[in-house]
Ligand binder design. Structure first.
Ligand SMILES: [Zn+2]
Length: 512
């Protein structure tokens, strides 16, 4: 018996507006002191009136446009009534039947060579307000700890109450944990490119909920089709994938045994790496939605939408393709610069330095497109491997990165022209990374400039030949690796300073 998983996602994203959704309290997710960013409006005091945050509306529409959605000509807010301690008003202002955006899609690419690109349809994107945050604490003999499973009291922080929250709902088009992960990653990148949210999952700025059902093909009659199970509280992409894969396996096994799948909400246990039942769904909630009486209906005309459309930046997928055809990079490097947006922008500055240099160079006819591509590739390799190595676990932030694009381009040109060996390059780059100095100064200061003088190189080679008679003999017998060995010795003897091309040429000559 085989079963087919049907997966849909509901993703909540906190928008990075300056103020909250319906009042002018600061929207600051880094605020550590509880209940600082609150006012009578977001606390739901009687007699207060909400005012719509226009910036939040624009950010949702921007997201909708980037995700190929239809933007509503008319939209409204509704009250969703329920009681919970983190909801001060006793209702949440949300959108019920007239969301801001509908019917879009996101292309999820290159999952495997066979499946290629696939569109995951987006049912709707709407705007609502976030709730406050509950802290469940455990106090025992005077000491406090955060142990939700043993909590004996709770605190509430309303700093988050009323923060603009965008909810995106997909159609059940997703087929695997891997695909769900890819969708969420791709969405996060787009949100960051758009500048609507940083969408950090660990901080709760982006929260993914999964709806999953399995339809059995064949099998026992009791194995009914598609009971929907929800998985909540997934705080990383890795966990999204793992939880879905676990759930597919769990439900498949139940169906195979002819057992029933219960409609319920499940959570993810991080240590055990399993999903577990949180609550069974009784009847569907009746939230008694009705139009929010304190807010007007919103109408959007064509010029308004077009203005936002005009502000859309280059999207990640476009950038990736452009890096391939414009700079001649391979897919993997282009992908790296797309994922690391700031580093990608830095790379473009470096490349434009090359362009200026080629334009100004006397022998510009000498420069073929192929050579330009090798310069671009060299710069890309050094940024992706060496610079990443120097950064360690730190993220690239241009303001904090000491090497300016001119100096980095200079360094790459020296390598390209063979003025420094890769060994010297490592020393120079490390110094540049630490001090921000330009490469030629570092080379002068450290006395590590290249030896181009033939007599000087010849002397070193002669010494190496004398010291390594066995290798010389092997080479003469036709063992080519011995040549490489001797080159290595010369480079070591000169501390990496001998010009590699000249060394090769002279060694060959002296061995004859
Ligand atoms: Zn407020």
């Amino acid at each position: 018996m085989s079963s087919k998983p049907t997966i849909g996602l509901e993703i909540h994203v906190e928008l990075n507006t300056k103020s909250k959704m319906f009042c002018d309290c600061p929207n600051d997710s880094d605020e550590k002191k509880p209940n600082i960013n609150v006012c009578p409006t977001c606390m739901g005091h009687p007699g207060t009136l909400p005012v719509i945050n226009g910036e939040a509306i624009k950010k949702v529409i921007k997201t909708g446009l980037a995700l190929n959605c239809k933007i509503a000509k008319e939209s409204k807010f509704d009250r969703k009534n329920y009681f919970y301690p983190d909801l001060p008003k006793g209702y949440q202002i949300s959108q019920y039947d007239m969301p801001l955006c509908e019917k879009g899609y996101l292309e999820v690419g290159n999952l495997s060579a066979s499946s290629g690109q696939r569109n995951i349809r987006i049912r709707r994107i709407h705007l609502e307000e976030d709730t406050g945050r509950l802290l469940h604490l455990f106090e025992h003999e005077g000491s406090q700890s955060r142990r939700p499973e043993k909590a004996n009291y709770s605190l509430v922080d309303f700093n988050r109450a009323g923060v603009p929250l965008m909810e995106l709902v997909t159609e059940p088009d997703i087929k695997s944990g891997k695909e769900a992960k890819k969708f969420a990653e791709e969405l996060q990148l787009i949100l960051r490119y758009l500048g609507v949210s940083f969408a950090d999952m660990e901080k709760g700025e982006m929260r993914v909920e999964v709806n999953i059902s399995l339809s059995a093909e064949g099998g026992a009659p009791s194995a009914k089709l598609g009971t929907k199970v929800e998985i909540k509280n997934l705080n990383s992409f890795r966990v999204v994938e793992k939880a879905i894969d676990f759930e597919i396996k769990r439900q498949t096994e139940l169906l195979e045994k002819g057992e029933k799948i219960i409609q319920e909400t499940r959570g993810w246990h991080d240590k055990k790496e399993i999903t577990f039942s949180q609550r069974e769904k009784e009847e569907a909630h009746d939230y008694r939605y009705f139009p929010e009486p304190d807010l007007p209906v919103m109408r959007f005309n064509e010029p308004f939408i077009n203005e936002i459309k005009g502000q859309l930046p280059e999207m990640p997928q476009f950038r990736k393709n452009r890096f391939v055809y414009e700079y001649g990079l391979d897919e993997k490097s282009a992908e790296f610069f797309t994922q690391n947006k700031d580093l990608g922008e830095y790379y473009e500055k470096v490349v434009s330095e090359f362009k200026n240099w080629i334009r100004e160079t006397e022998n510009k006819e000498r420069f073929s497109e192929k050579e330009e591509t090798s310069l671009n590739k060299l710069a890309s390799n050094y940024l992706i491997t060496d610079i990443q190595g120097l950064l360690g676990n730190n993220v690239f932030i241009e303001g904090q990165f000491k090497i300016n694009p001119e100096n980095f381009a200079e360094f790459i040109k020296m390598l390209y022209k063979n003025e420094i060996s890769s060994k010297i390059a490592k020393i120079v780059l490390k110094e540049m990374f630490e001090t921000g100095a330009d490469p030629s100064h570092i080379i002068d200061d450290k006395g590590i400039s290249q030896i181009g003088d033939e007599t000087e190189i010849e002397n070193i080679i002669k010494e190496v030949i004398l010291k390594n008679p066995k290798a010389v003999e092997d080479y003469k017998k036709g063992k080519l690796e011995s040549f490489q060995f001797l080159i290595g010795k010369v480079m070591a003897e000169s501390k990496g300073r001998a010009n590699p091309d000249k060394t090769r040429e002279l060694l060959k000559k002296l061995l004859e």
